[in-house]
Design a protein around this ligand. Sequence first.
Ligand code: WT7
Length: 670
Amino acid sequence: MSDPKSESIESVLAENRSFHPPKSFAEAARIGTRETYERMWSQSIDDPERFWGRIACELPWLEPFDEVLDWSDAPVAKWFGGGKINASHVCLDQHLETERADKVALIFEGEPMGDGGPEIRTFTYAELHGEVCRFANVLKARGIGKGDRVAIYMPMIPEAAMAMLACARIGAIHSVVFGGFSATSLEDRILDGGCKAVITADGGWRRGTVLPLKPAVDEAIAKCEATEGGSPVETVLCVQRCGNEVDWTEGRDFWLHDELMEVSDECEPEPMDSEDVLFLLYTSGSTGKPKGIVHTTGGYMVGAYLSTRFVFDLQEDDVYWCTADIGWITGHTYIVYGPLANGATMVMYEGAPNAPHEGRFWEICERHKVSVFYTAPTAIRAFMKWGDEHVERYDLSSLRLLGTVGEPINPAAWIWYRDKVGGGRCPIVDTWWQTETGGIMITPLPGVSATKPGSATQPFFGVDAAIVDENGRELPDGQGGLLAIRKPWPSMLRGIWGDEARFRETYWSKWEHAGKPHFYFPGDGARKDPEGNFWIMGRVDDVLNVSGHRLSTMEIESALVSHPSVVEAAVVPRPDDLTGEAIVAFVIPTGSVEDVQAIVEELRDHVATEIGKLARPAEIRITTRLPKTRSGKIMRRLLRAIAAGDDVTQDTTTLEDPTILDELRAGGPA
Ligand code: WT7
């Protein structure tokens, strides 16, 4: 196996291997010729309204739309105005009148490997429809209705997808909170969204043990109650998954299985305005407080439908598996809404990739004959490390297409994925997008694109992406700059929940001074090669990407300073072979430190309790000072270099106290 360590950013810049789709793949693909692709692409850019208007008509509208795009209130777009649609109707009901009614929609594989093998549950479209209708009726019976916000804090079990679809069915707005987030993070999101209900489970399975969830919900609600406005939560619906013991608040908490016995399986989908909110999903920005990204119904569904169809070249008999958690946007768009809108068969897995053994993913691929597989670079790097033998043991001949998402993929991991998992025959789609974009934005089309390891290649239909400078001027090929999106697209975010000013400031103000107020700023640096392929170089703001999970430096810093032993903290990323980036924190303690190891451990745990385990710093360095400019700004670039063990080549003349460098390098007071 090649060593990911031997790769540097230079090797990515010099990467020029290029792989064309196999002829047989192209011949059977939905888009299999350059001509088709180019014709569609130019239509989508030259006349986006005509293009999207035509695509949107492939979805079952409850009432037709009368205007494709209204950008007059930019940067808040209105797509498919006048139209009525319901996301759960798109995902389920439309298939019931076809032979897809009895097609398997969802194959679930549970985590603990009992003696009889894993728990496997399957649902046809008709069955899933029935489950969702009943779930929706439970919500209604508990007084939840159109426009109400519902937090979903669940393990990766079918009920999680059903909960989302049930909310969508009655017009309630779901706000899924990743099950790995702490009670405090859940509390913040419940309060910010004003959630009237929480859907959770007693626990989920992880590596053969129970990971309790209900206690965090209880704690989060208790914390909400202690705030000035009190808790907005009236109802907690709990799925019994693991049978672990849980505390119960009478009148507030209800078991889903009890409630389901009381309701019918008929529930008409609520006709939603195209621009009614479908969901909120919180993500980290460069300031401390996570933002509730707002997605609406019509445009989001059109984007999810089309991108899933073409990027994954979905065919009727595909078995599609996206390994993300539904707590992230990937899980929303490419586990739930996109695949189901296309009538696909999808796989859902509850557990870890290496439990009970390192071949678990491939065992699942073999068992269910997965044909399209979508995962994160960090997982691929872990598999490389665990060894080829775990992959080689399984028959992966059903696979025909592979995808990656979440962070830049290093060429060695890409090649390994192609050779070892894809047997050298499966195209790889490296998809760039964000929580805010709702769907894939830059990506190969598997039947036509010549792919290059490390490049997300080219913009998807309707996406006007460019590499620009600080003034929004397009840069020549090869030159690194800022990624900008210059036209609205259907699945774009419509706002930040409750904070319009921040929405405008974060995404639309970057090039305002240059007269370009409607260029969207994603926060990524990138460059384009002479063939028009985009190479994403990573964030240019204070956002970290750890194993494809997005975290804010400031959020982690505030978690650190909320500990009584910390005066000040600065957090920076350090390149990591496995996780892409690792979190390094420089911390000034309140007093003298007796036992460095003990305080470091305590602080790491503290961050895990405040935010979640995913934010636990890989390294904490205790220091007496932080490098600051004379105006008092922390010099993060300098800390980055120190954390990476690089020579400090930057200009340090603005540094208030140059002697500090030696102390920081030494990793402790000099
Ligand atoms: C950020 C968005 C998109 C769903 C998962 C993450 C980085 C995402 C790629 C890729 C290089 C990527 C970007 C982006 N990113 N995909 N294929 N190549 N970088 O969604 O949590 O909203 O994070 O992830 O930096 O801005 P997210």
